[in-house]
Ligand binder design. Structure first.
Ligand code: ZN
Length: 85
């Protein structure tokens, strides 16, 4: 099963879930079901797709990735602190 990245349209949280294609995930942050699947799938480093325009996409993705990691670690911290779902 692929890992998909979702973005919450309610609070802007970004999260990853292992889901079947076409499945929707409620937001783990605010519970909103208004989440959308992002097109960027998680691919192992070093296995970049080749083709025109990839490089600029990748650099933009790098920034996005950094922001995403921030959010993820924050929500993990909150979860680790014992926040109940
Ligand atoms: Zn949300």
């Amino acid at each position: 099963m692929p890992i998909y990245e979702f973005e919450c349209e309610g609070c802007g949280a970004v999260f990853e879930e292992l889901v079947a294609a076409g499945a929707a995930m409620p937001c783990p942050e605010c519970g909103s079901e208004r989440t959308r699947r992002l097109m960027s799938t998680v691919s192992p480093p070093g296995r970049m797709p080749r083709g025109a325009g990839v490089r600029s996409d990748e650099s933009r993705r790098g920034e996005r990735e950094a922001a995403r990691q921030d959010r993820l670690s924050e929500s993990r911290k909150r979860r680790a602190a014992g926040e109940k779902p």
